[in-house]
Design a protein around this ligand. Structure first.
Ligand code: EPZ
Length: 419
């Protein structure tokens, strides 16, 4: 097995190009099955979740080609209603195929999705919304079997602004008969990107980026070409890294408008962030400052996906910080590994109290999920000595090449083959 070895003590300087957004490209790839033709998607990140989604598309009859960071999907010959369990177990986003496959072929069977163990991650809001569109969904033997003679537009009020449920309902509504109104919809930038992509394919959508999305069903879609924006969570991860190590980094392609809340937090931790035509410049001249009370919230609140990376930086802050994780009920798995590295963190339910320590020390630790794994990389860069991070397959799900990126910025970090 391969693990990551990082030796702490280096500040980060230089510039890197931020990869395309994982959480935008996955629903966009799923959306490509809505059209019996060709869609071309540029700036796709080379991560295992994208490779998994491509295999799923292949398994249902799509012809998928990858040319560098461009993925070309020809979905004219769909020939399978059953998404293979091996892929579904690997990735939560596989559930996002429910909507488009219902819209395209009116039938789909999928097992309950796997993915990061950051919580129970039920799909009740997905099921409730699709049923409102006249889908019949049978949940039996750990399978979701969905069918609809005809999808009919409807009004749907989400009990919670779930990103995935918003995406699934949106994708099913595009080819439904009539108008669908989704209220209390998620407003994450990835939903906005999905809407832009669907409009590029010929969908009729209003209220993009708001909590009320109106979709006018159309009979068919057409070929389109789309370029995915920079990944805001990868951008925020590297901002947290600079906040922790100190230095000055240009994050090329980063979009400031999607990161306002994150930039506010990073600045309060002592950084200076400047937006420039080529991206965002982040500078940290001292040790990070503590953050008195940080809550994770649906967008535009502080994103749950950056809670662990920021926590890692706060372990050596001057002062105490309090984090409240409001989105997922099991997103503190990284704490025990940070404590093993010398962090002083106490967890009580949703609340984590981080008392800043002078320094961390290297240790052998293990990633338990994607963003917690990235947090361990940040902790390793500020620890005295060397840290070995195992189970890095979780990190590779969302970060194209975290060692390449951080080496470019001066970190001592490598992949090591376990003998
Ligand atoms: C998306 O997950 C992202 N994944 C997550 O990023 C992100 O953390 C999350 O949105 C919140 O922003 C992708 O886009 C591939 P939700 P999703 O549905 O859609 C509950 C990463 O690190 N809920 O908004 O699964 C759920 O349990 C990943 O890149 C229900 O109760 O998130 C959670 O508590 C991790 N019933 C909350 O809503 C449902 O039917 C938010 O989940 C659906 C969700």
């Amino acid at each position: 097995m391969t693990y990551i070895q990082v030796t702490g003590g280096k500040k980060l300087y230089g510039d890197i190009e931020v990869q395309g957004s994982k959480n935008a490209v996955l629903p966009i790839l799923a959306a490509s099955v809505l059209h019996s033709g060709v869609t071309t998607i540029h700036h796709c990140p080379d991560i295992s979740d994208v490779q998994c989604m491509i295999r799923i598309l292949d398994s249902i009859g799509c012809n998928v080609k990858k040319e560098g960071s461009t993925v070309i999907v020809d979905a004219s010959q769909l020939n399978n209603y059953r998404i293979p369990d091996e892929y579904v177990a690997r990735m939560r986003s596989s559930i996002i195929l429910l909507g488009p496959l219902l819209g395209r072929q009116h039938f789909v069977t999928i097992s309950y999705p796997g993915g990061c163990t950051i919580g129970a991650r039920p799909v009740d809001l997905h099921v409730k919304g699709l049923k409102r569109l006249n889908a019949e969904i049978i949940e039996a033997n750990d399978l979701l079997t969905c069918m609809a003679t005809k999808l009919l537009g409807s009004e749907i009020k989400l009990d919670f602004p779930s990103v995935g449920a918003t995406e699934n309902i949106l994708l099913a509504a595009v080819l439904a008969e009539g108008t669908t109104i989704i209220s209390n919809a998620a407003k994450e930038p990835e939903i906005e990107e999905l809407c832009e992509f669907l409009i590029c394919m010929g969908a009729k959508i209003e209220g993009v980026g708001t909590e009320t999305i109106v979709i006018q069903g159309v009979d068919s879609l057409h070929d389109c070409e789309y370029t995915v924006k920079a990944d805001r969570i990868v951008t925020g991860t590297y901002m947290a890294a600079v906040a922790a190590t100190g230095g000055k980094v240009i994050l090329r392609g980063a979009v400031e408008t999607y990161l306002e809340e994150v930039i506010e937090v990073i600045n309060r931790m002592g950084c200076i962030t400047q937006s420039s035509p080529e991206g965002i410049v982040v500078t940290q001249k001292s040790k990070p400052k503590a953050y008195d009370l940080l809550r994770t919230r649906p967008y535009p609140g502080f994103p749950t996906d950056l809670q662990s990376p920021v926590m890692a930086a706060l372990t050596i802050a001057k002062g105490n910080s309090i984090l409240i994780e409001n989105i997922f009920e099991a997103r503190y798995k990284v704490v025990k590994d940070l404590v093993k590295m010398g962090a002083n963190i106490e967890v009580e339910g949703k609340i984590a109290i981080i008392r800043g320590v002078a320094s961390l020390h290297g240790a052998s630790v293990k990633a338990h999920e994607l963003r917690g794994g990235a947090a361990l990389v940040i902790a390793g860069m500020i620890a005295k000595g060397t840290t070995d991070i195992h189970s890095i397959e979780y990190i590779l799900r969302g970060y194209e090449d975290i060692c390449r990126d951080l080496q470019t910025l001066g970190a001592t970090i490598n992949y090591i083959e376990e003998t």
